[in-house]
Design a protein around this ligand. Structure first.
Ligand code: PRT
Ligand code: MG
Length: 217
């Protein structure tokens, strides 16, 4: 029998923090993605498999039916747009925030006060555009795919919009957080057609996840 439910996860914190929720739903992933090179992992339930995809690809897989459901950060979901995705649950895992950070010697407050045009480097262009527009601050957005922390240090940008969790990465690079844009956690996303067609299998799974979610603190 070919697997009938496909769950898309990214390796790392989302995979690790989803495992206890899967376990609570009676599903054990049978291989460790850090040890195996496999991209499709079997689980203790013959009709459920996990596919490992890049974090930013999770919404795309679920939107187009490459996976029936997936777990993705609210940051990634906003940038993707969320079209075609049913979002039944905030799983309250992989928590962090999206913030604006600058070099410790950059006077962000007066740059904003004086109406200067800010050069902002980020992977999160949709979130950054919306945030600065709402503040009435003019920005030139510079799209990056990795290590945003480097941008202010090299003169590429005045500020970055990035995820912050402990703040250690900013500190290690002499950057300071000057604005908190939004709190982030990961969501369960479900393909809308799959939800109708595989209702009998998916509903109990979503309900089990819902019961296992830790309340926000
Ligand atoms: O790493 P890769 O480029 O493959 O993909 P990705 O960065 O999209 O994936 P991954 O697995 O790193 O992150 C997946 C999701 O985890 C994100 O979309 C967030 O929703 C969530 N998350 C939670 C985080 C963090 N916390 C986090 N701290 N994602 C990234 N970070 C990074 C952050 O970008 C910064 O570089 O960690 C650094 C800051 O951490 P602190 O603790 O030093 O502040
Ligand atoms: Mg990462």
């Amino acid at each position: 029998m070919s697997p009938s439910i496909t769950l898309a996860l990214s390796k790392g914190r989302i995979f690790d923090e989803t495992l206890p929720l899967l376990r609570a739903a009676g599903i054990e992933v049978l291989e460790d993605p850090e040890k195996s090179r496999k991209l499709i992992l079997p689980t203790s339930q013959a009709d459920v498999r996990v596919v490992l995809v890049r974090a930013t690809d999770v919404p795309t897989y679920v939107e187009h039916g490459g996976a029936d459901l997936g777990v993705t950060g609210k940051d990634t979901l906003i940038e993707h747009g969320g079209q075609g995705l049913y979002q039944p649950l905030d799983l309250n895992i992989a928590r962090c925030r999206v913030s604006v950070a600058v070099r410790a010697d950059f006077d962000y407050a007066s740059a904003v006060r004086q109406g200067s045009r800010l050069r902002v480097a980020t992977k999160y262009t949709a979130i950054a555009r919306e945030f600065f527009a709402s503040k009435g601050v003019h920005v030139d957005l510079i799209k990056l795919y990795g290590s945003m922390e480097l941008a202010p240090l090299t003169g590429l940008a005045d500020a970055i919009v990035d995820l912050v969790s402990t703040g250690n990465t900013l500190k290690a690079n002499n950057l300071i957080e000057v604005e908190r844009i939004m709190d982030i956690s990961s969501r369960l996303v479900v393909n809308q057609a799959a939800l109708k067609l595989k209702q009998a299998r998916l509903r109990p799974l979503i309900d089990a996840f819902a019961r296992a979610v830790e309340p926000a603190t």
